[in-house]
Design a protein around this ligand. Structure first.
Ligand SMILES: Nc1ncnc2c1ncn2[C@@H]1O[C@H](COP(=O)(O)OP(=O)(O)O)[C@@H](O)[C@H]1O
Ligand SMILES: Nc1ncnc2c1ncn2[C@H]1C[C@H](O)[C@@H](COP(=O)(O)O)O1
Length: 217
C-alpha cells in the first residue's frame, strides 16, 4: 500500500503497556505505509536485566539510558525527513515508568528531579516535534500477560504480576490525561496486526484523524 493520504514525513507513535503488541504493529504498519520503523532497544540494553532484579538500584540508570536512546532515535528521525512509525513514545518513559518507580520509592527526589529536567530540556529541542497521531493499544490484562509469557523474556516472566497490574492501571490514567497530540485507541481484540485487512482499516482511521487535524489547523 502506498496510496495513503498521510504526509510522507508523518510521525505515528505507538503507545501501550509492555507486551500489548506495539512492536508487531509498528513493523506491519511501517511496511504497509512504506515508512521507516523505529524500535526500542531491548536486546543489548545494558541495564534492563539488572533493573528487573533490583528496581531501587537501577531505575535511575535505566531511565537515563532510555532517554539517551530516544533522543538519538528522535534526532535520526527528524533529520531523515522520512515518515516513521515509532514503537513507544518518550511520554511513556516519564509519565509512566519513571513516575511509577518514583512513587514506589525506587527513585529519590533528586534523581527524579534531575531526570525530569533532562526530559523537559530534550522535548523542548527541535528534534521532538509532536507526533501526528499516537496509537494507544489496549486490551485485557489477562491477554497482555499471556502475550508477555508467550514472548518469553525471562526477566519479564519472572516479574511479579503486581508490577504489570500497577503499570496497566497507570497506563489507563495516563492516556485519559494525554493531550500532546491526537489519539487513536485500538482494542487488541478487534484487529490482527498480522492481517493486511486490519492494517488497511487502521491506516484509514489514522488518515481520518490527521485529515481532521489539518482542517483544524
Ligand atoms: N495481533 C496479535 N495476535 C497475537 N499475538 C500477537 C499479536 N501482536 C503481537 N503478538 C504477540 O504478543 C507478544 C508481544 O508483542 P510485541 O509486539 O512484542 O509487544 P510490545 O512491543 O507491545 O511489547 C509477541 O510474542 C507477539 O508475537
Ligand atoms: N522508560 C522505561 N523504564 C523502564 N522500563 C522500560 C522503559 N521503557 C521500556 N521499558 C522496558 C519494558 C519492557 O521490559 C522493555 C521493552 O518494552 P516493550 O513494551 O516490550 O517494547 O523495556
Amino acid at each position: 500500500m502506498n496510496d495513503t493520504t498521510l504526509p510522507n514525513n508523518a510521525l505515528i507513535t505507538l503507545a501501550g503497556t509492555v507486551g500489548v503488541g506495539k512492536s508487531t504493529l509498528t513493523k506491519n504498519l511501517a511496511n504497509a505505509l512504506h515508512f521507516k520503523a523505529s524500535y526500542e532497544k531491548v536486546d543489548g540494553n545494558p541495564y534492563l536485566e539488572d533493573y528487573y532484579s533490583n528496581f531501587k538500584q537501577w531505575s535511575f540508570h535505566l531511565q537515563i539510558y532510555f532517554l539517551a536512546e530516544r533522543f538519538k532515535q528522535q534526532k535520526a528521525m527528524f533529520e531523515s525527513g522520512y515518515g516513521y512509525v515509532q514503537d513507544r513514545s518518550i511520554y511513556e518513559d516519564v509519565g509512566i515508568f519513571a513516575k511509577l518507580q518514583y512513587d514506589q520509592g525506587n527513585m529519590t527526589d533528586r534523581d527524579f528531579d534531575t531526570y525530569s529536567s533532562l526530559f523537559e530540556a530534550m522535548t523542548l529541542s527541535p528534534y521532538f516535534p509532536k507526533p501526528d497521531v499516537l496509537i494507544y493499544l489496549d486490551g485485557s490484562l489477562e491477554k497482555i500477560i499471556e502475550r508477555i509469557n508467550m514472548r518469553g523474556r525471562k526477566m519479564e516472566i519472572e516479574t511479579p504480576i503486581k508490577f504489570w497490574e500497577d503499570l496497566y492501571e497507570r497506563y489507563h490514567n495516563w492516556i485519559n490525561e494525554f493531550t500532546v497530540c491526537p489519539i487513536l485507541r485500538l482494542d487488541i481484540e478487534t484487529y490482527d496486526s498480522r492481517d493486511p485487512d486490519s492494517i488497511s482499516a487502521i491506516i484509514k482511521e489514522i488518515e481520518k484523524i490527521t485529515a481532521k487535524e489539518l482542517v483544524l489547523k
